[in-house]
Write a protein that binds this ligand. Structure first.
Ligand SMILES: [Zn+2]
Length: 246
């Protein structure tokens, strides 16, 4: 494991900030929250699609013919839709050990995470990220971000019927709040449970990947950035998963 990879080659979005931009402060403005809550699923999805498109453009995508693209295609075969969700997987060329999911079904893996993990461990991460979408965590982050970001005015002006086109700066602000912000512990546990009890059960995969993936992340944490900064407490979660699997 190349721990120092955490601190090199960080894409711009990671530098925008992390835990300081969490939803706690954002939720204090009741009026903003009401506006965010009024956004429809289609609107949230439309803004998420713009955000992911911008991120895809900025990143170097390892395509279908690459080693990473082929491995990801194999791991996600048959998962274009799962549990009522339409999913889209891509791999970014980056040493970061990271992955994220957006409410429009986009799931992005960084090649550093794929290098660090076995197929079973990656399947757990896939299930965990699908869990964040299925359980509405990605959507609520997006709603909160839309309510408190530079995109708010544009989103509000579109009314509840159309998705406005966001400016680059607004998209950057959303990325910082949706992708880089840390998930809560309860959301993490819920997504872990989903990964093991729903996803890995349904696809018939080895559940031990959940434990070993989290143990690997725990051993690496302290390096800063990456999946452990947005997905906290891997050591405790590995213990939980051990008990859950039995
Ligand atoms: Zn998570």
């Amino acid at each position: 494991m190349r721990r120092r990879d955490f601190v090199v080659a960080a894409p711009a979005l990671i530098l925008v900030g992390c835990k300081n931009m969490d939803a706690g402060g954002a939720l204090s403005a009741a009026g903003d929250l009401a506006k965010a809550a009024s956004l429809t699923d289609a609107e949230v999805s439309g803004y998420a699609a713009q955000m992911v498109a911008a991120q895809d453009k900025q990143a170097k995508i390892l395509g279908a013919s690459s080693k990473y693209g082929q491995r990801m295609a194999k791991l996600t075969s048959g998962l274009q839709s799962f549990d009522g969700l339409k999913l889209d997987f891509k791999v970014y060329d980056s040493n970061q050990i990271n992955a994220f999911a957006c409410p429009n079904g986009a799931i992005r893996f960084y090649s550093g995470l794929m290098d660090a993990m076995t197929d079973d461990e990656i399947r757990y991460v896939i299930g965990h990220e699908i869990g964040h979408i299925k359980l509405g965590h990605s959507k609520s982050r997006m709603q909160t971000a839309l309510a408190t970001s530079a995109a708010q005015k544009t989103a509000a002006s579109s009314g509840n019927t159309a998705v406005a086109v966001l400016a680059d700066s607004q998209i950057g602000d959303l990325m910082a709040k949706v992708v880089v912000a840390q998930h809560s512990q309860s959301n993490e546990n819920a997504a872990d449970d989903y990964a093991v009890q729903q996803f890995l059960t349904k696809i018939g995969s080895n559940k031990k990947g959940a434990v070993t993936a989290l143990e690997k992340l725990a051993a690496m944490s302290g390096g800063g950035g990456g999946w452990t900064s947005t997905h906290p407490a891997p050591k405790e979660r590995a213990e939980r998963m051990k008990k859950l699997i039995g």
